[in-house]
Design a protein around this ligand. Structure first.
Ligand SMILES: C[S@@+](CC[C@H](N)C(=O)[O-])C[C@H]1O[C@@H](n2cnc3c(N)ncnc32)[C@H](O)[C@@H]1O
Length: 149
């Protein structure tokens, strides 16, 4: 993952992501501090064949570590009806709530994926993770390397 001059634990830290989403330089295309967007790795157009084949549009979908990706918005524009988006960063969650206030199909909540007790069993038909586990794993690997160096 590209991270610039990050310290070893940045990618797993809410403070890192809050700062990143607040910054004009890293907040995403269209401007940091709200309204910007950035899709890590792949866009909806690339993922669409797989998603349409595996996930019916009526599914209850949970999007882990949504960031300011366009994925959920593009899924709704393509017919998906209910996507709950969570992220550890309260900054990006507030930005995305405001951006999508006219999208009743999209819900945004600040939550840490390591504690999913808020949701009852069987709440979702599909859970999508694009880059979140990766960010957390990079963070813990870097931290382990840092401690052993
Ligand atoms: C690499 S970005 C991917 C963003 C988006 N899914 C995409 O594909 O563009 C990782 C995201 O995971 C979030 N994140 C990191 N650790 C998290 C955690 N423990 N719980 C929830 N979100 C987390 C970050 O705030 C960030 O928005």
């Amino acid at each position: 993952m590209g991270g610039g001059n990050c310290n070893p634990k940045d990618f797993g830290a809410a403070a890192y992501w809050d700062a990143r989403y607040s910054s004009p330089s890293t907040g995403g295309k269209g401007g940091g501090g709200g309204g910007g967007f950035f899709d890590w790795y792949q866009s909806y157009s690339a993922l669409r064949p797989l998603l349409r084949a595996c996930v019916p549009a009526s599914s209850q979908v949970l999007m882990l570590g949504c960031g300011n990706s366009l994925l959920s918005e593009d899924m709704v524009k393509d017919g998906y009806q209910n996507i709950v988006n969570i992220d550890i960063s309260s900054v990006v969650i507030e930005q995305m709530k405001e951006k999508h206030m006219d999208f009743p199909q999209l819900t945004y909540m600040q939550l840490d994926v390591r504690d999913m007790s808020f949701f009852g069993d069987g709440s979702f038909d599909c859970i999508i993770d694009k880059g979140t586990l990766d960010a957390m794993m990079v963070s813990s690997c870097r931290l382990a390397n840092y401690k052993s160096a």
